[in-house]
Design a protein around this ligand. Structure first.
Ligand SMILES: Nc1ncnc2c1ncn2[C@@H]1O[C@H](COP(=O)(O)OP(=O)(O)OP(=O)(O)O)[C@@H](O)[C@H]1O
Ligand SMILES: [Mg+2]
Length: 246
């Protein structure tokens, strides 16, 4: 995958190849600028690689293949929470009653039921991020793509949203590709962690996370967690140093 730049093509991803199983949670870590967001955009069909392809296996009943959750919630400021959350369904021509019937249970469980007629500026950052999350789930995508969705949250809100995400996934299971800079978050959430090299990003190493689900926060205190964190950091550190010298 390469972008067109003034002084020639900028190669961003090279020989990246991985699969994601049904209901598997795959985390991607890698140095800033190595192509993580680009990779999600390729998976979403927003940019097209000049070589290679993305295959989705199985049926998806006319639902979208992917939905993306960004670091910046990406809500439209002029729309209410309900209209934001159901925007994708509206685009697909679904009637308002049906759209709201689908969104309400998700909004309720996220504690947003009282705020469906509020506008984004009337919400806290955590609430906006919850709305962004629900907007993705409500379209029932085959794969959920998440680009550092909780990176701008404070530590406590982040823990709460991570926990909520895992709970929602239990009830609305689907594969997730999740980009993060935070190794602890990758181990806490993921079934597998892929480490990318500096640009052009390749998948350099892959780690299976050994903790069962449902997963308690207490796993952070276990020696296995610390060991895995050390191993991932060893691979990531070299890539981060290399990228920062470029
Ligand atoms: N639309 C674009 N046009 C041209 N170049 C781009 C475009 N988007 C990204 N790039 C370049 O591609 C490279 C990878 O960018 P990308 O956003 O995928 O990195 P990233 O791994 O997500 O970084 P970060 O961790 O900082 O979010 C960067 O060098 C960036 O300048
Ligand atoms: Mg990015």
């Amino acid at each position: 995958m390469a972008y067109r730049h003034r002084d020639g093509p900028l190669e961003v991803l090279r020989r990246v190849s991985f699969g994601v199983e049904a209901q598997e949670f795959v985390c991607l870590v890698g140095p800033s600028g190595c192509g993580k967001t680009t990779l999600l955009k390729v998976l979403a069909g927003l940019v097209h690689p000049y070589e290679g392809r993305v295959d989705f296996v199985g049926s998806h009943n006319g639902n979208p293949l992917t939905a993306m959750v960004f670091q910046d919630h990406g809500l439209f400021p002029w729309m209410t929470v309900m209209d934001n959350v159901t925007f994708g369904l509206d685009m697909r021509g679904m009637a308002r009653v049906e759209r709201e019937r689908r969104a309400l249970p998700l909004l309720e469980r996220a504690g947003l039921a009282r705020f469906v007629r509020s506008y984004p500026h009337e919400l806290s950052i955590g609430m906006k991020q919850r709305a962004g999350l629900i907007r993705a789930f409500v379209t029932d995508p085959a794969v959920l793509l998440m680009d550092e969705p909780f990176a701008s949250l404070d530590a406590q809100t982040k823990l709460i949203l991570q926990d909520e995400l895992l709970r929602i996934l239990r009830d609305y299971p689907r594969p997730v590709v999740y980009v993060t800079h935070d190794i602890e978050e990758a181990i806490l959430l993921g079934d597998r962690v892929l480490v990318m090299t500096a640009r052009p990003g390749e998948v350099k190493a892959e780690f299976q996370v050994p903790f069962a689900r449902p997963r308690a926060l207490a796993v952070i205190q276990t020696p296995e967690f610390a060991d895995l964190k050390g191993l991932i950091w060893r691979d990531l550190e070299a890539a981060v140093r290399y990228q920062s010298q470029q």
